[in-house]
Design a protein around this ligand. Sequence first.
Ligand code: A3P
Length: 299
Amino acid sequence: GGAPVGPVPPPPGMSHGYFQHGGITFPGLLYSPRGLEAARDFPVHDDDVFNVTYQKSGTVWMLEILSLIRCDGDPRWCRSVPNWERGPWLETLLGLRRARGAPRPRLISSHLPVQLFPTAFFSSKAKVIYTVRNPKDVLVSLYHFARIFRPYKDPGSLEQFLEQFLQGDVPFGSWFDHVRGWMGLRGRENFFCISYEELQQDLRGSVERLCVFLGRRLSAAALDAVVANASFAAMSRNRMSNFSLSPLFILDLRRGPFLRKGISGDWKNHLTPEQSSRFDRVYRERMAGLGVTFPWDPP
Ligand code: A3P
């Protein structure tokens, strides 16, 4: 926080408009109906590994972990290639092109809801790692992100943005629908769900579990190297992971860092008790009957 906030006009020729695709809101900058159709038709290989999240749930953290596991903890790849090339985002045309040409086994990131995900995945042996995070922290993180990510509209006040978030009236749609949709894949051999909070609490143990899922055996030293190089401090220092190479018309880091705080529970510094209870009410309603327990659920 602490960055000066003021209206930043879009560069000439850029519109901050949104469009709808499959009932989901997307920004018109970087995203297009054609790109989303191409993502749906994306040819999947059995050795593909997909890093899937609702935005602001730890995508680039998981991407760093998976990049490091791929290299047995050797940080050279992470320090020489931007994360958007190591694990390109499937839902932009540029990312899709990068993903298509990536050396196998490919690492591919996506925020798509399950119903817009590549159809070919569902009859493949490709793996999905789905990272979830306390939605109150997602809200706060997204609120700050919307002020620096140029394709997104300015979020206005947190009060207003909270309502939009709860109603799913934000890019990539409702957090609740996204999580419910992806949780439908639980129990599949090629689906692994982990939370941001678990990564926070026990990064090494989480990396070990990821290695089992991926069928990778790492030495103790390699595990240590993954943990050390995927820390918030190490990633914040790494220009290939902190988005400082991202063009200004996409990400305006003058207004705040991408790697903002990297903690669990920052929502307590932002939501009033009333806003928090309002959130809890909607949460209970929207998550009823799912039958999954998350680290942030009350006991
Ligand atoms: P905050 O805004 O709460 O700091 P995504 O990659 O899905 O956009 O998520 C971004 C969030 O993950 C940001 O949260 C960011 O700080 C956090 N994050 C990224 N790398 C992290 C790390 N190594 N450790 C902890 N949090 C990390």
